[in-house]
Structures are given as structure tokens and as C-alpha cells.
Design a protein around this ligand. Sequence first.
Ligand code: SF4
Length: 642
Amino acid sequence: MNATKVLGETGMIAQAMRMAYEHRPQQIEMAAAVEKSLRDKAHLIVEAGTGVGKSLAYLVPLVLWTREGNVRAVVATYTKALQQQLVDKDLPFLKNVLGDFRYALCVGGENYLCLRRFDYLRIGNLYEQNEIEPLNRLFAWSTMTKTGLRSELETEPLPGLWAKACRQADLCFGKDCSYYKDCFYLKAKSIEQQAHILVANHHLFFADMATGGNVLPQFKAVVFDEAHQVEDVATDYLGVEVTNFSVKYLLDTLLSQRTRKGLLTRLTVQDAEVQILRGMVDGLRVVSDNFFLNLHPFLSKEPALRIRQRNIVPDILSEPLMELRDSLLELTPDSQEEELEVKAFAARAQSLASAVRINLDQSAEGFVYWAERENLRYRLVASPIDVAGTLRENLFGKADTVILTSATLSAAGAFTYIKNRLGLDAPTELQLDSPFDFEKQALLYIATGLDDQQASGYQERFDAELKSVLTITRGRTLVLFTSYGQLRKSAETLRKELPELGFLCQGEMPAYRLIEQFKSVPRAVLMGTASFWQGIDIPGEALQCVVIAKLPFAVPDEPIVEARMERLKNPFFEYQVPQATLLFRQGFGRLIRTKTDRGAVVVLDSRIMTKIYGKSFLKSIPKCRITDERERFSEFFEALRK
Ligand code: SF4
């Protein structure tokens, strides 16, 4: 049995799908390339446009290969939606078609209820007054659930309560735990051990890499779907950060400021050392508040700031944290479990102290240092400027086969940018067009006179053009902004000027509810920034127009972007243009989701026509009709309505 036969016109998939089967040569080509790279232990990068059916193109060869060699492979996605599609639809379907193989959805340990911590929470009265009701509900659920998974709960648990009841890696005793036999997490781990295919997300994959393989069972190959996100997630996981909330969380777990309960009141032996530690925790709370407040003058104007000088604030925090660690380690706990817990908290204090030191003395090479404030949360972060070296060694150098796939991986027709960013040397490369007929299905309308965004009257001209576009489309439009500020201004103006349309703006309700409403309300306009460029899938007539407000260049003085650009000879063309091109393609890709979809993409940034780099953007999208005449755009929609 080979993958191309299984997916071919007379293959098992075609027989199982009957009338629903579509022969897609690009899908077969991708499956053959995946099969070959698994066999040859080689890395592969595949760009496959929307509609190729890429999940089956990698799952079929992966299932056959893992089953034949009785080995394990990971499929890592960025979004939960794709993860659910794999686990709820594609893999059960393949199990029916291909016969028996095993797969498991892997989620982080903190998604499982920890029976031991939950019992301590209840019996030790470690909850607050407002948590009593939710705690009772959680208890009722805990006696019935088979998985202990948070996602099974009908109502979201209070975050603070769940944090006290969930599995946490350093507080998990594994086989030494007295709850071992009933443990939800360990049961899930044992299922994962039996599986051929593990479905995870990028975050969990990099958590595994960052802990030297402590999160996932061993595997031979990995497929990253939505691989255009890999650099950002890896950057997050390989960084070192400390926040006032993380210090507070440690202190509150030892001795809650409000309830005056915690590990320190739960220990069996309550001797003088424990009393001293209580005082120490209270003292540290004040020190921590002062430490983070010292950052405030730097963050009062800008919410994020790159820190170029060492010791921007005095290090009054790391030493007391180390003293806390030492004092915890000097305790004489009564049982092995208490000892393990005390050691875990001592290690947490040490790791926070070391994060403070690294961030202040800027001792890690190749990192950019920055601080951020979001309401009452202060954050000091050291982020790796370049993850290529680490990924080359720990990902591409270790797994036999790594496959990167997405609808957008190339810029200006080549993979050079993404390969350089990720440290992927000499992989097999494959670029597959979408099977959709974009020349028939889509129109690109580029507005004129909107290239100088600093010019006076720009916002008014932008709103006037957007108003004309929305008048023509009568809603059914997704508007993608690059800044929340511009989104707000335009929404305010257009709500007044086009009262017949329903404007749904990011931030006004959770994204999934905005999208649900957009689908169900006629004449709706959905306005979003950042995540809306990539995560939205609205097939059919509900979405007929995507407006791109500006070419999505990363903000050049954002700390990580700025530090990456400093390392390049020609940062604009080597970094900013390809990065923006990839995001532009993602935005463009929101429009045509099935072969019957029809619609237009509108670009309200004339630089795409007037600047040299504009060609990179135009070259990177599927061939379609292009116009800069609003009249033609209007005719297109009239024809669409007939
Ligand atoms: S084994 Fe770990 S997760 Fe399971 S009950 Fe014990 S401490 Fe909690």
C-alpha cells in the first residue's frame, strides 16, 4: 500500500468518499513527497495553496509509515481549529479507510485536573470565598469525568481556581504519587505512548524541546502544519521572562495574601523555620511590588520598551528570592510528598531569581531585552533574536524527518526567507498551487491615492474609500487592519455613515462570537487586526470581500523586530518585505475557501502599485483579475448578485 495509490482516483479514499471525492493532482504530489522524505529520512518544505487537501496529503503517508515501522510521529498545528479537524474528522475517517492505527491528542499537563492538588485544595481550605460555588461544581464534575480535561467543562473554571487544581509539571510526583492509579494525566500519557500519530500544537512541541523531551513521547518524524508560525512560537519558548504576576503566584501559593493559607500552612511540621518563612514571603511581596514599580517610569508612555542598558532598575529582587529558596530547602518536611513540593517551590524561586538576573545584567548572548506593561502586569523579557541556530541543532539535527507545510511559506516565489529564519538547510522543496480557479473566482481591486499614510487628510480619504467599498459590497466584508487605533477610528466614522450595516469589531466580544455573528447576520462587516489575518475560515457567501487596510509591515521599533533587522545588511528587503508578504498572502487567503466561492480582495494601500517592493506582494498571490477602477469593482459585485 502506498500513499499515492490510497489517494488516487481508484484508491481507498475515493471509494470511501464516493461522490464527495475530488481528484487533486497537487494532493497526490504532496503525498508522494511526504512519503519519500519519511523513507529517505530527509526534511521537506511544502507550500500548498488552499484547497489542496494537505492534511490528508501528509496524514496518509504518515499513518502508513508509522504503522509499518511501529514508530511514532507528531503532527503539530498552530490553531486549535485545525487540531480539532485532524482529531475529530480526518484521523477517524482514515481509521475507517486504512484499518487500525492509533492516534492521540496531546495537550499540556495543565489542562488536566490533578487529583492530588485538588484534594489538598479542598481539604486544606486553600480556596477563597468566591471560589466555593465553582469549587463544588468542579468537585461534582471530577467524580464523573473520564478524562479530567478542562475542555470538557461546560463553564470555564475561574482561572485562579483551576491553577490551584491542575497538573503542574514540577508538582507532579508521577509514579511516586499516591493518586497514581486514578491520575487522569498519567492515563493520557499511557495512551500517547501507544499511539502512532500524536497531534499537538506548536506550543506543546516547543515546550517539549525546551525541556529536553519531557513533554511528548519520543518520535521519529514531525509535521508542522501552519508552519509559517514556527519562528514566533519558538522565539516565545526559548526566551526568559519574569512578571510581577509570576512572582505573586509563587508567593501566594506558599502563603496567600488574602486567605493566609498555602503550602506553608499545610506542612505537617509547623516549626520556627516555617514561621520565619511566612514573614519572608510577606516581605518579598513588598520587595517585588517595589521592583516592578521601578519599571513604571520607563513604561508610562510606551507599553513596550527595548532595554539597551544593563541594570535599568536596581536588582532588589533576585537575592531575596534566592534566600527564600535557601530557607525552603532548609525545612525538614514530614513526608516524601511534602519534601518534593518544597523542593519544587525552591526551584521556582531560583528560576525566577535567575530570570531577574539574566534580564538585568543582559548576560545571555544573542538576546534582545525588553519590558512590557499591560494594565497591572509588568513583564521583563529576554528573547532570542535568531532561533535558527537552536532549531538547526535541536530540531532539524535531531528528528529524522521534519516536514514544514502551510499555504504561505514562500516570498517572491522562493523559500529563502523562511529557511534562513528557521535554520533549515537544504531541504527538499515543493510549491503547489491551489486547485481553485482564482482568475474566475476572484478580483483584486487596488484603490488609488492612498500611498502617503502620513499626509494630512489620509484617514478621511481612507474612510471615504472604505465607505464606497462597503456600499458596493453591502456588508459580507472582512476588513483587516494593521493597527487597533485605525480600526477604532474607521469603525466610529463608518458606524455613523453606514447605519444600515452591522459593524462587528475585534475587542467588542470574543473572536469566535464575532465570527458566528458575522456568518449569521446579513450586511455585516467584520473588522480585525493581527490574529484575524490568519485564523479566519468563512467559506460560502457570508464572506465575499476582504479589505486589506495597509500592507502589513511589522512595526520596525518593536523590540524583537528591531533587533532582528539590526543583524541584516538590507533589513527592509531581507526581513520586512518577505515578512509582510507572507502576512499579506494570509490575508488574501481568507477570501476563497472553496471552489464555489467568489469575491474580491480590496487593497487600500496604493504603495502596492507605486513602490518597487509592491511587485513582491503582487507576485506572491495567485493569478487573478486586477483593477484600480472602482467602477469595475462595482460591476463585479453586480454580476455576483445576479
Ligand atoms: S501523578 Fe501528578 S498529576 Fe497525577 S494526581 Fe499525582 S501529582 Fe497529580
